[in-house]
Design a binder for this molecule. Structure first.
Ligand code: FES
Length: 139
């Protein structure tokens, strides 16, 4: 399988690994088929994601996509984070092999799951804003 240099870089030196104590939003998603799990922590101040960390128990592409996703939303507004798509993450990594596309979906979902948690903690119904985020992806 051919991985881009960027994928290898983010796999070997993942950015923002870890957890945030008392995070404002925590999301955990998994993929039923491969069993990989991603956990995303957000610190949100004034509608801005001031810090973002992740833990991924999964394949190299899952590590690389979650690392890239944290880089893409850190310092950005919630609105920007909501617009983050798995294709944007893949593009930023110079692509992924087709069998690894679902790994990037996991990264997008992890961000959305963390934002869902953030809104729930504020007593706001997240679904109209974030949409429905499945805890387990079937493919
Ligand atoms: Fe499932 Fe990568 S193989 S997340």
């Amino acid at each position: 399988m051919n991985y881009s240099e960027k994928v290898m870089d983010h796999f070997i030196n993942p950015r923002n690994v870890g957890e945030i104590k008392n995070a404002d939003g925590i999301g955990e998603v998994g993929n039923a088929k491969c069993g990989d799990i991603m956990k995303m922590y957000l610190r949100i101040e004034d509608e801005t994601i001031t810090d973002c960390k992740f833990k991924t128990f999964g394949c190299g592409a899952a590590v690389a996509t979650s690392s890239m996703a944290t880089e893409m939303i850190k310092g950005r507004s919630i609105d920007d984070a909501l617009k983050l798509t798995n294709s944007a993450v893949m593009e930023a990594l110079d692509g992924l092999p087709p069998v690894k596309v679902h790994c990037s979906v996991l990264a997008e979902q992890a961000v959305k799951a963390a934002l869902t948690d953030y809104y729930q903690k504020q007593g706001i119904d997240p679904e109209p804003i974030v949409g429905k985020v499945p805890e387990m992806e079937e493919e």
